[in-house]
Ligand binder design. Structure first.
Ligand code: 4AD
Ligand code: MG
Length: 431
């Protein structure tokens, strides 16, 4: 069996393709079957005098998404979509599909979301999934090649990482457990063992927001490094993202084309990310508001809202790093600079908004304990975390990158619900 993506290297050879009928065109004695097999879509030419009578009749009767096996000869042809086609000499019908609910005509997004299990087979969704897969591989390859070890964090946890207001609670025998909001606290423990680690897995937030950037279940990759400062954290995030842009450009050109995404845009983002402090960003945002360049309620001290992130992304035309945040609006674990700033970094990407949140962690046991009290977190549940500050505590830091928002950024797909196979949101648990 040959996969569509490899067809070009089999010019003139007998090949077998296994897949599904994406679409069909025909005129009299000639049928064009568009076969998709997940790696791509290929045009298969069925001629009445090139196959048995039964096979030709069977081809004529194929419905959208029927499963088929095709035997034929590969032919490189620059005019064919994908650069090659197959001249068919034998056809096996595995199943003739029932009338397919999703047709090439327009459907509403609610209908498509209800049929997500089938919608995944459309050209656009397949392209998004392939780019998602490439992004995951690139993140991991980059870190693996840079001496990081993959160490997983648990999903059932006894405590909050990112604030208590977005916790999903679940019964855990006679106790209460929470679905993890972030693997970070455990990654810190792993980093004290292996030096440079990352965890990658699903994370959960009971977000009561219905924006195009929020899911209740999303995937996050979280590198954590012992003996690292804020510059180290920023450097790893930037280099990993630039490597990922390069990999997508190298391997996913057809997918970008299917998404009508200009590759030059991605190429232009492969540059040094501007780094500015929160205070610098705040001055600029206030200035732009005054000049009427955009509208927002933002004032210094506030967290950035969607319009502020959009404005920053548009102004710089690439991913921007904002560092040194007001400590009050950041998490309890962030180390401070003594002037009220948390040593944190957010990366804001054009249109996708915040894709990365990272920081240097407080490494002093007493300061951290005071912080836990100030945030009214249950001290009991954090004893093990405080231990890390008692036994060989070192400066350390890391970040979390949201996979779906990164996919949204690179693909240009506006809504994160299309950037994950089966989205979970406030209003959706099915399919
Ligand atoms: O900024 P956040 O909350 O940071 C953390 O969780 C840290 N503990 C990470 C760390 O330092 N190891 O989340 C990190 C990223 C965000 O920048 C965003 O990309 C994504 O996770 N994210 C979401 N993506 C989709 N839906 C949501 N509800 C998200 N919340 C955060
Ligand atoms: Mg954040």
């Amino acid at each position: 069996m040959v996969r569509v993506i490899d067809l070009k290297s089999h010019d003139g050879e007998a090949v077998t393709l296994k897949g599904w009928l994406y679409n069909k065109r025909g005129k009299g004695k000639m049928l064009f079957l568009l076969l998709r097999d997940g790696s791509g879509i290929c045009q298969c030419l069925v001629m009445k005098n090139g196959v048995s009578e039964e096979a030709f009749e069977a081809a004529k009767g194929l419905t959208q998404e029927s499963s088929i096996i095709i035997h034929g000869t590969a032919k490189v042809d620059e005019r064919a979509p994908g650069g090659a086609e197959v001249v068919v000499n034998e056809l096996e019908v595995v199943q003739v599909a029932e009338p397919y609910p999703i047709t090439p005509k327009e459907h509403g997004s609610g209908f498509l979301m209800d049929h997500r299990h089938l919608w995944l087979r459309s050209k656009r969704q397949m392209a998004i999934l392939r780019i998602r897969s490439r992004i995951i591989k690139s993140f991991r390859d980059y870190l693996d090649n840079d001496g990081f070890f993959c160490v997983d964090s648990p999903i059932f946890t006894p405590n909050a990482c990112e604030g208590t207001s977005t916790l999903f609670e679940t019964k855990y025998f006679d106790e209460t457990a929470y679905l993890t909001q972030s693997g970070q606290l455990y990654a810190e423990a792993s980093a004290m063992a292996l030096g440079k680690v990352y965890c990658f897995g699903p994370t959960f937030r009971a977000e009561k927001s219905k924006t195009r950037r929020h899911l209740t279940e999303f995937w996050m990759l979280e590198p954590e490094m012992a003996y690292a400062d804020l510059t180290d954290v920023c450097d790893v995030a930037e280099n990993m993202l630039r490597y990922t842009l390069q990999q997508v450009l190298e391997h996913n050109m057809t997918d970008l084309e299917d998404l009508e995404r200009d590759p030059e845009l991605l190429r232009s983002w492969d540059r040094e990310f501007p780094r500015l402090t929160y205070d610098e960003a705040a001055v600029q945002l206030m200035q732009w508001q005054k000049e009427g360049k955009y509208e927002s309620n933002f004032k210094p001290g506030d967290d950035l809202g969607a319009p502020d992130e959009t404005m920053l992304g548009e102004h710089y035309g690439c991913a921007v790093m904002v560092t040194h945040w007001p400590a009050e609006i950041k998490a309890f674990y962030m180390k401070q600079d003594g002037e009220g700033h948390a040593l944190g970094v957010d990366i804001i990407a054009p249109t996708a908004g915040e894709i990365v949140g990272g920081a240097v962690r407080e490494e002093d046991a007493q300061v951290l304990l005071d912080r836990i009290h100030a945030h009214e977190l249950p001290e009991e549940a954090f004893q093990w975390y405080l231990d890390l500050r008692k036994y060989g505590s070192v400066p350390h830091g890391g970040f979390g990158i949201g996979l779906e928002r990164t996919v949204s950024w690179m693909t240009g797909v506006e809504h994160v619900r299309e950037c994950i196979p089966f989205p979970r949101t406030m209003t959706r648990l099915m399919p």
